[in-house]
Ligand binder design. Structure first.
Ligand code: ZN
Length: 280
């Protein structure tokens, strides 16, 4: 699907977290050469079709926002066929992570780099939160952000410790809120073209609202993620998202508690078999 000149979306079915059932890959380029973002490749799948439709003969880079298995696949055969290198955060630049046979194909990034892709220049942003090694890719000329799992087209991102870090995530969102972003191309859900600024602001406000409720629950004397989750999530939340919400919600509450702990607002009780927290 063409999003704009030389930017295409190829959505592939994946085992990802509900309500999503697919991952959006993106192709930037033309004239035979392309850069891919979160490519999942298989002979005849939507990405393969997209490459053929755009007559892509060579791939310059296959960029992966973060190493979760629903964000990359078949990269070894893809790069063997079309050439190119795999871009990822330096902390995950291991051939085994991406099942690459040739480690020389890896190009580790830290954030701050500029990558040429057809007529566009992508800025690499290190955006920890959902995962410590998460990258977003930004085209300043067009105000386009390829957001990976940092901002989704529908619903909110999962922040699950120890990989997920709520303090880092809020910092990342505030950085994005200060940028000129007009279009968000997420890894899951529809592309966001309207109300982008409002959506980022809502992402921050939603987390801060949740955190305020965690603090209230702590003040009431509740001390574990499980008890706090049952106190602050409504029955309606569980009905809407299904029974698998409880463990996911508990991970989110733990992420908030760890953020508050880092900030010195709560302390973790020592010698408890499950984590207990209390307000300072
Ligand atoms: Zn992920």
């Amino acid at each position: 699907m063409k999003l704009m000149r030389l930017i295409h979306q190829a959505t592939v079915s994946t085992l990802t977290l509900p309500p999503h059932h697919s991952t959006n890959g993106y192709l930037i380029g033309g004239d035979g050469e392309a850069l891919l973002i979160d490519p999942i490749f298989q002979q005849g799948n939507p990405l393969d079709t997209c490459l053929q439709e755009n007559r892509i003969r060579s791939i310059r880079y296959a960029a992966v926002t973060h190493p979760h298995p629903d964000h990359h696949g078949g990269i070894d055969p893809l790069l063997s066929r079309h050439g190119g290198r795999l871009l990822c955060h330096r902390d995950t630049a291991e051939p085994t992570v991406f099942r690459l046979t040739d480690g020389a194909r890896l190009k580790p990034l830290s954030g701050g780099e500029s990558i040429e892709a057809g007529p566009y220049t992508l800025q690499v942003l290190h955006t920890p939160g959902h995962s410590p090694a998460h990258l977003c890719f930004y085209i300043p000329q067009e105000g386009i952000l390829f957001s990976g799992d940092t901002i989704l087209g529908r619903g909110t991102s999962i922040i699950s410790p120890p990989e997920g870090d709520m303090a880092d995530y809020i910092t990342t969102l505030r950085t994005l809120a200060a940028m000129d972003i007009r279009i968000i191309c997420p890894a899951h859900g529809p592309v966001i073209t309207e109300g982008v600024r409002e959506r980022i602001d809502w992402y921050i406000a939603h987390r801060m609202m949740r955190e305020a409720r965690v603090v209230e629950a702590l003040k009431e004397g509740l001390s574990t993620p499980s008890l706090i989750t049952r106190r602050i999530y409504d029955e309606a939340d569980f009905r809407m998202h299904g029974h698998d919400l409880q463990p996911r919600a508990e991970r989110t509450v733990l992420a908030h508690l760890e953020k508050l702990e880092k900030e010195g607002a709560v302390v973790r009780q020592a010698n408890a078999d499950s984590p207990h927290f209390r307000i300072v």
